[in-house]
Write a protein that binds this ligand. Sequence first.
Ligand code: GAP
Length: 511
Amino acid sequence: MASQAEQTQGDTMGKIVSLCKRRGFIFQSSEIYGGLKSCYDYGPLGAELKRNIAAEWWRSMVYERDNIVGLDASIMMHPQVWQTSGHLAGFSDPLVDCLNCKERFRADKAPRAEPGSQAVFATGGKASGQKQSATVTAKGYVCPNCGSPVLSDERQFNLMFRTALGPVDPLADLTKELAGQALSAEKIREMIEEAVRKTAVYLRPETAQAMFVQFLNVQQSMAMKVPFGIAQVGKSFRNEIVTEHFIFRSCEFEQMEMEFFCEPGSQKEWLEYWRKERLAWYHRFANSKDGFRMRQHAADELAHYSDDCYDIEYLYPWGWGELEGIASRTDFDLTRHAEASGVKLSYFDQQKNDPATGKPGWRYIPYVIEPAAGLTRSVLCFLADAYAEETGVDADGATKTRVLLKLHPRLAPYKAAILPLVKKDGQPEMAMDLVAQMRKLGLNVSYDDKQSIGKRYARHDEIGTPYCLTIDNDSLKDQTVTIRDRDTAKQERIAVAEAIAVVQRRLDGDV
Ligand code: GAP
C-alpha cells in the first residue's frame, strides 16, 4: 500500500493534471479519438505560460547579454549530422520485453533485485491471483509491471524518429527486386534497412547540434568574439521507451539550449559561471528555492566527451528529477563536425599568442559549455511550484478551500483581470477602457464578466492571475478600482492609474 507521503504526492500530481485540463492549460492530444499516448496539446493558458517561460529564458540569455545571439534552426537536418554526433550509433536505450505480461521497458530504469533471489509475480494479469516464482538472473532486475524476472535479452533501441524527405518511396524499387526471391527473413530485413537508410532523415532529438553546425555562419555573420554563445528554443523528438509523469517525459517536447564557446582551458570557470546563472534564473521565478538542487555527475555517468557535468534537479510531486543539464562538452562537437565535413570549425584570436609556439595569433577549436533546459519540463516545474491550496472560513462561517497558482507575474498567462461588478450602468464600458489602456502597454489582461464576482476571483486564483481589478458604481464616480491580490486575497481601493502602476511594478520585479 502507498505510504501517506506517496499518496499526497500522487494526489498533488493528479490535482495539477486535472487543473490543467479544467482551466485550459494542457489537454491530451487527439482526445476525442481516445488520445495519443504521451502527446499533449497546450491550451490557451498553457500556450501563454510556455511562451512566457521561453520569453524569460530568451530575455535572460540573449537580450540581456552582448555575447549571446539566437538561432531558429530547422527540425530536420542533414543525416550526416547525426552520424557525426554519434546519435545514429549511440542514442539508444536498452529495451527489454517481459515474457510474462508483455510490458516493454528500459533495463536501466527497471526495479533492481538480487541475482539468484526468488521473485514472485502473478501470471495471467495482476487480478488473476495465480502466483508463480522464478529466479532473478544476473541482470539483477525484474519487470516494472508484474515483477517477473523472466525477460527477453536487452536490445538497443534508437530513440530518433526516422522519416523520409521529398516524394520518395524508399521501398518501391526494393519491392520489385524482392518479388519472387526466396530470401531469409534476416536478409530481407537487412535490405529494407539499407533502402530506408538511403533516403532517411531524422527529427532532431536535441536542438544543440544546429548550434555546432552553424557555428561558423553565426560567428562570421555577427562578428562574434570568443567567448560567445548561440541560444535556441525549439521542439525536439525522442521515441522514448517509457514516457512518464504527464509532460515530464514525452516523445515530443521543447528545449531551451545554449552552446557557449570559450577558450580551451577556461571551461571550468565558465561551467561555474553558468551553474550559478541558471540556478539563479529558476530561483527568480519560483516560490520555493528549496525545490531546486544541483547534482554533479559521477565519473561513470559522464559522456565520453564531457569533462564535467551538473544537473539542476527539481523536487517534482513524485521526487527529485532532472530539469536542466549543464555540461562541459570540451571541443568534441566542433572537432567531429570539422573532421566529417571538411570545414574548419575553428576560431582565430589575433590578440592572443599561440601557447604552443609563443607567436602572436592563436587558432583553436573552442570548448563548449552547454546549459540544456527542458521548456515543457519547466512548465511542469513552475506549475508544481505554484500550486497551492489554502483552507479558511468564509463570511458565512463555512470552511472553504481556495486553490491557487502562485505563478510569478511574468510567467502568469494574464497579468490582471478586469472585472465589471455588473454588466450595466457603464461598468463594462469603463472596464473595457481600462483593458484597452493596459493592452496598449503590452500587458496581456483578461476582461471577465462571467458569473458572480466570487466565482471570478476563484477562477483567476486557479489560473494564476496576480491581480483582479474590479469596477463598481463608485469607480465611475471617482476613477478608483478595487485591486485584489491573488496571494493574500486582500482588497484595496486605489486610483485606476495607481492600479496599472502596481501591476507593472510587479512585472518589473519591484515589489
Ligand atoms: N543537448 C543536450 C541534451 O539534449 P538532455 O539532458 O538529453 O541533454 C536536456 O536534455 C533537457 O531536455 C533535459 O534536462 C530535460 O529537461 C529535457 N528533456 C529531455 N528529454 C525529454 C523528454 N523526453 N521529455 C521532456 N523533456 C525532455
